[in-house]
Design a protein. Structure first.
Lengths: 344, 463
């Protein structure tokens, strides 16, 4: 027999601040101390508060942050403290330096009288029964995008790393093509290509999109009009062109499976249409992997489907992302196309 | 709303100032703090404010009924129903999808069809914490340890924003007495609060997130791409990351509460200093350990019914503790692993005498091994990770900043406790008006380390 359970003394240490005599200040000190700290942060980082607000989705939270951030940014911009703080702390930043890379530009114009040329690049040989180009060895695969690209990137890495493929996982959570506040994907894609020289790029992005974008006249165009889709497709096309590296690389761009929320579903419909349009000039190098028929046939959302004969939940509870099982399925779709183009 | 965000940096000073302005009038302060806490919660999930309110009303009603009844059997039944209601809620939101899929796949393989709808259910942030607090309240009323509180006090207790979404699990008997009278505006641990907030931010943003993105996430995602030295490093790095992430959150929560005049129980006490599993659980997530001890282990019989029953109770407690962290077999395995560790310690009963440093070394590595199970996406991933430890090769991730981050996270826990505590107390006695600018400058440096996509959520938010 083991001895009976000892009576537990209260081991929550609730009196630890009293024992050490640390509850010695006044409430007024707490409020003044916090306000002093807040004032210093406003003077030294007011611009960051405004930027954070601009990066948020429309709503009360954004309005509240901008109510502080706008005047804070204005004030900080007129004093030398912010600049000094930036100089002192910038060396700690983990962000990529994208200075010098070309970002998104708005160059959409209405169709004129001239006929845009059609090039052989516009044809995927497999769709017209032509013989495909010889397979190339796959050396480096870049998997990128927003949170949609996770855990797809892991699944692809787990499948390809054992055959010696260098898989670069480069997700940028919370970013979108329609917003350049967190990152300008025009610049980022150029940086990725110059830095990694991938022989193939897998892109899965669009969960955060739907932001207003500047149109050709500089005015903001709201989602999800034809004008918005045009600007979005132009941005996607710029990225596709960067990633395909003048035909030296293949691009696998996944469309968004329909999300549960009807408002988001509307955005995803437009995003997917824009992806298809953007890829038109380079169908032999840019493969659009349509996830809709697989996960949400007829654009009807579903949590579960049959996978390998088993009923399986394939979506996360947010109704946006694919879960591990869904992501494995998406990886199979990608690998099917990758294996058509490459040896490894 | 996350603590290390601009939204919270705007929210908190306003709430703090109004809170102290109203403190002397509880009839105004309590509704205000409930409103502020629900605004805080609504920023994460507005719909689930109703759930939080429902849990509050349910447990308040149960506690009242228990208190009114003089029949012990009735009191027990009310308590059981109330606890079952809380657990049912937790079960539906946290485990339904996992359970339904497991059942569906078994029955489908027997050609018996799918009996339950396979749907995903969004997990309300903090549900594991506030349901446990609610259970502790109802059970403590039933045990006669506390009197039932008024509805507004119960609401403040369950929704108080510093502990709402990721603990610490504050027991009703620790919190409700603090609501009995207004907090004394002349006895506030301001400097300790500021210091804890600063320490918490450094732990979370500078150390935990850095180790996560540079070592832990890449290696755990594809261990096949790395060799033994990097895989080993990732194991240590995750031990440092999860400690800094969770204890950092706790430090901030305790610091915020201190500035508002409240004290929360301690949640960590140098856990990597432990020299055994039992010692570890007295130092790691102490408020959960106490909950499991008082509401699972002892009610199961504790160690009062012989050796085998003690072992059974330990295993059940630890497996449930593992499952509390999430609906995944990896958490079950992790809980069972710690259960086996505790059982083994009990069984050996100090018969094997090892030098202190060796006991520490063994315990630390066994705990790190447990973290591998905890962090891996699946049982297969756990094995893939561990099997790479037998693959010699280059160390590509052993950089000075990574090693420094691990040493800074774990090293201070191994120092003698008294001087470390003395230093903290000394800082806690500094004048707040001196400490506040220092904290602001520290936040500027911390902010510079945040990547463009922002601060990742705390690991324990998922639980």
């Amino acid at each position: 027999m083991t001895p009976p359970e000892p009576q537990h003394r209260e081991d929550n240490l609730m009196d630890r601040f009293d024992r050490a005599g640390l509850r010695r200040f006044r409430a007024r000190d707490a409020v003044i101390a916090v306000l002093i700290g807040a004032a210093i942060l406003i003077l030294a980082a007011g611009g960051s508060i405004r930027r954070a607000g601009n990066g948020m989705r429309a709503g009360i939270g954004r309005d509240a942050v901008l109510a502080v951030g706008d005047p804070a940014g204005w004030l900080a911009g007129r004093l030398p403290v912010q600049h000094a703080a930036h100089v002192l702390t910038n060396w700690l930043s983990p962000n990529l330096n994208l200075t010098g890379f070309v970002g998104f530009t708005t160059t959409t114009t209405a169709a004129g009288q001239s006929i845009p040329p059609v090039t052989p690049d516009a044809f995927d040989p497999s769709t017209i029964g032509a013989s495909p180009p010889p397979q190339q060895p796959l050396r480096t695969l870049l998997v990128t995008g927003d949170s949609m690209s996770e855990p797809l990137d892991q699944d692809l890495a787990q499948a390809l790393v054992p055959s010696g493929v260098h898989v670069i996982q480069d997700p940028h959570i919370g970013t979108g093509i329609s917003s350049t506040v967190l990152v300008d994907w025009g610049k980022l894609s150029a940086y990725q290509v110059r830095h990694d020289h991938p022989s193939a790029v897998v892109v899965f992005i669009g969960a955060n999109d739907g932001y207003s974008m500047p149109g050709p006249d500089g005015k903001l165009v709201n989602c999800c009009s034809v004008e918005w889709a045009t600007i979005y497709a132009q941005r996607v096309r710029q990225m596709m062109n960067t990633y395909r590296q003048a035909g030296a690389a293949r691009v696998y761009w996944l469309t968004l499976p329909t999300p549960r929320d009807p408002a988001r579903a509307k955005i995803s419909l437009v995003v997917n249409a824009a992806i298809e349009v953007a890829a038109e000039p380079w169908r032999d190098q840019v493969r659009v992997i349509d996830t809709v028929p697989e996960f949400t046939p007829g654009n009807r959302y579903r949590d579960a489907m049959t996978v390998n004969g088993q009923p399986t939940i394939v979506r996360e509870s947010d109704g946006i992302h694919l879960n591990d099982a869904g992501s494995e399925l998406a990886a199979k779709l990608v690998l099917g196309d990758v294996n058509r183009d490459f040896t490894h | 709303m996350l603590f290390p965000t601009v939204q919270f940096a705007i929210f908190f000073p306003i709430v703090l100032a109004i809170s102290w302005a109203l403190m002397s009038r509880p009839s105004l302060w309590k509704p205000f703090i409930v409103l502020a806490s629900y605004v805080f919660y609504a920023a994460a999930s507005p719909v689930f404010c109703l759930l939080l309110a429902g849990v509050t009303v349910w447990n308040h009603g149960a506690a009242r009924l228990i208190h009114r009844s003089h029949d012990d059997r009735v009191r027990s039944w009310i308590c059981r129903v109330a606890v079952a209601g809380n657990l049912l809620l937790l079960g539906v939101f946290k485990y339904y999808s996992w359970f339904a899929q497991a059942v569906a796949q078994v029955l489908h393989s027997l050609s018996l069809g799918v009996p339950l709808p396979l749907v995903t259910i969004a997990l309300p942030v903090g549900i594991s914490f506030f349901t446990f607090q609610a259970i502790s309240y109802t059970v403590d009323v039933k045990r006669g340890l506390i009197e039932p509180a008024s509805l507004i006090d119960t609401t403040v207790y369950l929704s108080f924003f510093p502990h709402l979404v990721a603990g610490p699990i504050v027991r009703a008997r620790e919190f409700l007495p603090q609501l009995a009278s207004p907090r004394d505006p002349n006895r506030v641990a301001v400097s300790s609060g500021l210091m804890l907030i600063g320490m918490g931010l450094v732990k979370k943003v500078v150390i935990a997130d850095y180790l996560g993105r540079t070592v832990v996430d890449p290696v755990f995602a594809v261990p096949q791409a790395y060799h033994a030295p990097d895989v080993l490093l990732a194991g240590y790095a995750y031990a440092a990351q999860i400690y800094c992430d969770f204890s950092g959150y706790t430090d901030i929560a305790i610091g915020l509460a201190l500035l508002m005049g409240f004290v929360f129980p301690q949640n960590f006490n140098s856990p990597y200093r432990a020299t055994g599993f039992r010692d570890f659980w007295r130092r790691w997530h102490m408020t959960l350990s106490r909950f499991l001890r008082d509401f699972v282990y002892i009610p199961l019989g504790g160690n009062r019914a012989g050796r085998l029953m003690t072992y059974r109770n330990l295993m059940i407690t630890m497996v449930l503790g593992g499952l509390w962290h999430g609906a995944a077999w990896t958490f079950v395995l992790w809980g069972a692993y710690h259960g086996v560790g505790l059982v083994t310690e009990h069984a050996l009963g100090g018969r094997i005498r090892l030098p202190g440093w060796l006991r520490w070394l063994v315990t630390f590595h066994l705990v790190v091994l447990g973290w591998v199970m905890f962090r891996a996406e699946s049982l297969g991933s756990t094995w893939a990770f561990l099997s790479r430890l037998a693959s010699p090769g280059a160390a590509t991730l052993w950089t000075a900043p990574v090693l420094a981050a691990i040493v800074v996270a774990i090293g201070p826990q191994l120092l003698p406790a008294r001087p470390v505590q003395a230093l903290q107390d000394r800082i806690g006695r500094l004048r707040p008006l001196v400490l506040a600018p220092a904290l602001a400058v520290l936040i500027l440096f911390i902010g510079a380390t945040v990547p463009s996509q922002g601060v990742p959520p705390f690991i324990y938010f998922r639980f």
